[in-house]
Each structure stands twice: as structure tokens, then as C-alpha cells.
Design a protein around this ligand. Structure first.
Ligand SMILES: Cc1cc2nc3c(=O)[nH]c(=O)nc-3n(C[C@H](O)[C@H](O)[C@H](O)COP(=O)(O)O)c2cc1C
Length: 649
């Protein structure tokens, strides 16, 4: 597809208030639905990053500007008298945050720690870490897609897979970040933990696994509580009992506005004003919005169709790619924080890492005003994690409020229960906490550091709420938003005559709209086009059957075969998996007899696994295979890229 076609791209964004997709809204939000179009954040999908190695670059990595060229982590450890290095594999910032907390806590055990990004380190040096006495490497690694590592851990992962380094003498521990609703739960951490052992390294403490579908913060602090005593025992050290109150970043406020001030850029100063290709996560393109319309016909849920104009941008969008959007935080929320902390939001400041060895000099692009930081660089809508509550407690003058915050940040069962109730279930963000605890008056710069989300992971609704207002009006300049494109492995077969089955209920339809447009194009060019079969489902035909007219037209002109499931239009709920069950012969004809492709897009939690199970059953029955053979058949389809899933929960 060329650029002009790509500008037809649309973006479907699920309803804010009852979004199925919760905190990965941002990711959802940026899934550019096919023909061009849909999504965003958090947040996530089924592609195999092996081929392009970057398929999950949600993140701006605003800090890479400040990256040091020296990638010897051993030299850094030695020159600063440290023995603990905590590596992170992170896409949306959680693993990076956990790594930072672990490194900081090392001081308590006379193990000064350093956080390290594997992408910026020569990981082969792990072989020599033992040259530092009592040294320890900890890994916090997230899993994505089909058991894939994050972008920044990819090279390290491949090095482990392909190499045979002798890691004898290397002490290590691993905490994995994953989500149980995905088929490949925490596979990266599980694999790396085992692989390090196989290569001769010594596991100092049991592998910890965090489940982001439940409470990953709880999993982490519970693991960490046992991890440190195990480390002490292993190295024969004792806790100093010191609490680590050392600040990672030093604040400097400016009386006069300095020459270089950031206003929401992700890396290069003025990059939003002086736009220069190539555009990517660090250098987003300010795209005009040409169309922004509601797709649901009735009901109080919403699904937006947005068309972004990328003409002239030199960006390439292929059907199946994701479109990422950088939203901004609600200004009322921003102003409230300024008021609650008693700060003039126009003040320009910078935060400077007190650790001179760190490759990350600032937590986000600095200097900037407090308003810019709160608006563009921080996720002020998330539920704060326990360490933030602990630090907030220091700023409470009322002992009752202080104790409550301290309790919630402890690992005591009643503390965890209170955190779950008061923070998670009641869904309190920082503004709610400050409003509900009037004696708590934190220093704003302190709050900024705690709330930094290097990857722009946003809570429900930030992007959707913001995009809803970006509607082009006649006679006015169209609204613009900063975007970039994330390449995907979710791809049509190269030959249009290869038959395909697409399973995409709800907003899972997004990439398939692009696929269908592409196939229609081939048909109009007179090329032979194979079976193009779509399974779509939604609640009610009259309510949320998105792109109904368009799909029916493709069906009428003979391109598309449609199977529709309207779950609430009859007494018994019917989903796409039920339709597939009935169509075993057709499915097998495509994937068994004719080497066709099968795609799944949408909800990972229920839909994707139900569909997968039905497909397995069909392979077993129609292909006359045992369960094991059917599993192997599906695996082979995956390796051959004949079966792809782009799913999220
Ligand atoms: C699009 C997407 C795909 C994901 N795929 C998986 C997966 O295959 N297996 C898994 O265990 N967790 C998966 N997760 C969950 C993440 O690993 C988990 O949320 C983790 O905490 C993210 O860490 P990070 O913020 O450091 O990137 C996925 C999350 C998203 C958003």
C-alpha cells in the first residue's frame, strides 16, 4: 500500500468507560485498523518481533538522547564500587520501574546497585561478572506476543538462545512480568532463568512470576521480600537496616527561562515544530485528523473511526501495522495537582540523575515546565504503586493518614488488602489520594519522579477521551496529533490467491478491514483472489455491528464470505467460536487442504483461547490427528506464519 492509501487509515478505539481492555488502552488505541487502520498503550498483540526486532516499540525512549556510548557495565560497576546490576526487559515501563526499586534497595544490604538496559550493555560481559566479588545480576523481564522478549531485551535473548557462553560463577535471580490471560505466560523469564542455569550460572533465588492480570505489584513485593533474605544468606551479608531515602534525581529550578526548554517533544528539541523525517517513536509525526466519527449506531458504548493523514510524511503503513498516538493528560487534572502541591506550574525545572554512571541523565526530556511534565511525560491517572505510597507518607502531617499510607505500602496481609480495596478497587489516582488525604503535601518534583512512565503507559480513557475531541470541522484547520507507526508481523499472504480466514470480533475487526481492502484492490486489478472469510461478532446487530454496510457490500460483490455472531440478539449467547465449530469443513479446507492462513485479532482473555481450542479440535477431527499431532500442526502453522494472532487483554 502506498502512502496515499495509508492516509485512508482509520482507528477504532474501544469505549472508554467499560473498555474491556483497561490499562492497555493506549495500545489499543493505536492499533491502526487495516486498510489501514487502528489502535494504542499498553499496550499489546501477536506479532513475532524476531524478524524486525521492534514490533513493540510503544515507547518513546525519550531518554536515548542521553545515552552513553560506553556499554561496559562491568567497568561502570567497578568504577563506582558496585556489585549489583539489575537488567530490565521492558516495553511499557513496569519492569524498568521494578528494576530501579531493586537496585536502590541494594544499599540496605551493602550491595550498591545499578539499573541497566540490556540494549545499551555488552551482555557478553556476563561471563566476567564474577571478577567482581559478591556480584549479582538480577533480571526483570517482561513477555510479549507469542512468548517474545521486549525490544530492548531482544538481542540479549537471541545471544542466549544461539550462544553457548560459559556463565559459571555468575550469580543471578529473575523476576518475570507477564499476564496469565496470554497463552505464553511469562515465557521469556521462564526461558532465560532456565537457560542461565544451563549455561552454568548460579540461581541465588527462585524465579518470581508477576501476573499483570491480577496484582503484579503484590507479586513483586512478595517475591522481593523473600529475595533479599536469600541474597543475604547466599553472600553471608546482613541488612544494614537503613531505609533508602536517597533521591535518584536532583531538582534544579530556573529563575529565568533557559534557552533549551522542552514542550512535549519525545527527544529532539522543537521536533514537533520543525518536523523532519524519518518519523518514529522518538520523533512522532504531527498527523492531521481527516475524519473522526462514531461507529456504534446506538447504545452508550463508543467506538471511534479516525482517519490520519500521513501523505507527505514518508511514513510507510502496511495493512496490519499499528498506529501509535501520543495523547496528553487532562488539563484539569494537571492544574489540580499543581494546586494540591502548591506549585506554580509555569516554573521551569530539570531533574538530574545523582548517579553519574547512569545512562539515563533525566527521567524525561528536561528542562521543561511542571505543566509540560504533568501534561506530556507522566501518567498521572494510574493507581500508584506501593513504594509511591510509602514516600507520600513522609509528607503527611496527620498521623492517621501517614499510618494508612505506610500500612498500604507494607507486605502485611491487612496492608495488601487495604491497598487492593482503597487504591485498586476504588481506582484512586494521585489526585484522588491527595484530595482524600489533605494533610499530605508532597514536593511536586518528588511526585514527578515517582510518576514517570518512560513508555507512556496510560490508564483507561486518557487517549480515548482526548481523541474524542479531535474532530475536524469545516472551514477550520484539522486537528493534529503526534503519531508513529509500529511495524507488525500480522501480514497478508504475499499471493492474493492464498485463502484466508480472519477471526476478529469487536474491535478485533480493525486490521482485517485493511486486509479486505487490500484483497479487494487485487480483485479490481484482475488478480485471482482466494477465499476471504471473516468471522465477526458483536453484541447486537443494530448496535455495534461496525462497518456493517461496507462488509455487506464486499459480501455482495463476491469478495467476502461473512460469518456473523450477535451475542445478545437471541436468548443464548453466540460467539465467533461457536460459528467456527459449525464450520469445521470450511476451516479445514482453508488451513488443511489449501495451505491457507488463519488470523485472530481481539480479546486475549476469552475469545482468543476459545478460538484456538476450537481450531485445534477441527485440526484433530478433520485432519484425523491425535491431540498432540494437532498441537504440532498448529505450531507449524505459526512458524510458517500461516497462523497469527494480534490479541490483548
Ligand atoms: C500487547 C501485549 C501482549 C502481551 N503478551 C504477553 C504474553 O504473551 N505473555 C505474558 O505473560 N504477558 C504478556 N503481556 C503482559 C505484559 O508482559 C505485562 O503487562 C508486563 O507487566 C509489561 O511489562 P512492561 O511494562 O515492563 O513492558 C502482554 C501485554 C501486552 C500489552
Amino acid at each position: 500500500m502506498d502512502e496515499t492509501e495509508a492516509k485512508l487509515g482509520t482507528q477504532s478505539i474501544p469505549e472508554v468507560s467499560d473498555s474491556l481492555f483497561g490499562t492497555i488502552d493506549i495500545i489499543l488505541l493505536t492499533l491502526l485498523v487495516g486498510g489501514v487502520s487502528w489502535y494504542l498503550l499498553n499496550r499489546h498483540k501477536k506479532t513475532t518481533p524476531i524478524a524486525n526486532g521492534r514490533s513493540y516499540s510503544i515507547q518513546p525512549t525519550a531518554m536515548s538522547l542521553q545515552t552513553s556510548s560506553d556499554n561496559s557495565f562491568i567497568k561502570k560497576l567497578q568504577s563506582s564500587g558496585r556489585s549489583l546490576v539489575v537488567f530490565y526487559g521492558s516495553q511499557t515501563g513496569t519492569a524498568e520501574e521494578f528494576a530501579g526499586r531493586l537496585a536502590k534497595e541494594g544499599v540496605r544490604y551493602r550491595m550498591k546497585g545499578m539499573v541497566a538496559d540490556p540494549e545499551e550493555c555488552d551482555m557478553e560481559e556476563l561471563v566476567n561478572l564474577k571478577s567482581i566479588p559478591n556480584s549479582l545480576a538480577v533480571f526483570c523481564l517482561a513477555t510479549y506476543g507469542e512468548g517474545d522478549p521486549t525490544d530492548n531485551a531482544m538481542e540479549f535473548y537471541e545471544w542466549l538462545q544461539n550462544g553457548d557462553a560459559d556463565l559459571t560463577g555468575l550469580n543471578y535471580a529473575m523476576f518475570g512480568l507477564g499476564n496469565k490471560t496470554y497463552e505464553h505466560y511469562n515465557e521469556v523469564a521462564i526461558y532465560v532463568d532456565k537457560r542461565l542455569e544451563d549455561l552454568g550460572a548460579t540461581r541465588v533465588f527462585d524465579l518470581g512470576l508477576g501476573d499483570d492480570d491480577a496484582n503484579i505489584e503484590d507479586d513483586f513485593i512478595t517475591w522481593k521480600d523473600k529475595f533479599w533474605p536469600a541474597v543475604c544468606e547466599h553472600f553471608g551479608i546482613e541488612s544494614t537496616g537503613e531505609d533508602i531515602s536517597m533521591r535518584q534525581y536532583r531538582l534544579q529550578e530556573f529563575d529565568e527561562i533557559p534557552e533549551r526548554v522542552f514542550y512535549g517533544e519525545m527527544a529532539r528539541l522543537h521536533s514537533l515544530k520543525n518536523q523532519r523525517p524519518p518519523y518514529d517513536a522518538k520523533n512522532p509525526y504531527l498527523s492531521k485528523i481527516k475524519v473522526n466519527r462514531e461507529l456504534h449506531k446506538t447504545g452508550d458504548r463508543s467506538c471511534m473511526h479516525i482517519e490520519f493523514d500521513i501523505e507527505g510524511s514518508k511514513m510507510r503503513y502496511d495493512a496490519g501495522d499499528h498506529l501509535a498516538v501520543y495523547p496528553v493528560n487532562n488539563s484539569e487534572l494537571v492544574e489540580k495537582i499543581g494546586k494540591l502541591c502548591g506549585k506554580d506550574l509555569n516554573t521551569v525545572f530539570t531533574l538530574i540523575n545523582t548517579d553519574e554512571e547512569s545512562s539515563k541523565k533525566h527521567p524525561f526530556p528536561c528542562p521543561c515546565t511542571y505543566r509540560t511534565a504533568l501534561t506530556h511525560y507522566l501518567d498521572i491517572t494510574q493507581n500508584p504503586r506501593t513504594h509511591v505510597l510509602k514516600e507520600l507518607s513522609e509528607y503527611c502531617s496527620d498521623p492517621v493518614e501517614k499510618e494508612k499510607l505506610k500500612l498500604m505500602s507494607s507486605t502485611k496481609p491487612e496492608g495488601k488488602a487495604l491497598y487492593q480495596k482503597w487504591i485498586i478497587e476504588d481506582n484512586r489516582n494521585i489526585v484522588h489520594i491527595l484530595e482524600d488525604m489533605p494533610s499530605c503535601q508532597p514536593a511536586l518534583d518528588h511526585l514527578l519522579v515517582e510518576y514517570t512512565t518512560p513508555t507512556g503507559r496510560l490508564n483507561k480513557g486518557v487517549a480515548t477521551t482526548w481523541l474524542k475531541l479531535k474532530v475536524p470541522k469545516d472551514g477550520e484547520e484539522p486537528p493534529t496529533v503526534p503519531i508513529f507507526i509500529r511495524k507488525s508481523q500480522f501480514r497478508l499472504p504475499t499471493k492474493p490467491q492464498t485463502p484466508i480466514i480472519m477471526i476478529g470480533p469487536g474491535t478485533g475487526l480493525a486490521p482485517f478491514r485493511g486486509f479486505i481492502q487490500e484483497r479487494n484492490n487485487s480483485k479490481e486489478e484482475g488478480k485471482p483472489v482466494g477465499d476471504t472469510i471473516l468471522y465477526f461478532g458483536c453484541r447486537k446487530r443494530a448496535e455495534d455491528f461496525i462497518y456493517e454496510e461496507e462488509l455487506l457490500e464486499y459480501e455482495k460483490n463476491g469478495l467476502l464470505k461473512l460469518h456473523l455472531a450477535f451475542s445478545r440478539d437471541q436468548a443464548h449467547k453466540v460467539y465467533v467460536s461457536h460459528l467456527l465449530e459449525k464450520e469445521g469443513d470450511e476451516v479445514w479446507k482453508v488451513i488443511g487442504d489449501n495451505n491457507g492462513h488463519l488470523y485472530i485479532c481481539g480479546d486475549a482473555k476469552g475469545m482468543a483461547s476459545d478460538v484456538r481450542n476450537v481450531i485445534l479440535k477441527i485440526i484433530q477431527e478433520k485432519g484425523q490427528m491425535t491431540e498432540q499431532q494437532a498441537q504440532a500442526y498448529l505450531k507449524k502453522m505459526e512458524t510458517q506464519k500461516r497462523m497469527s494472532a494480534d490479541v490483548w487483554s
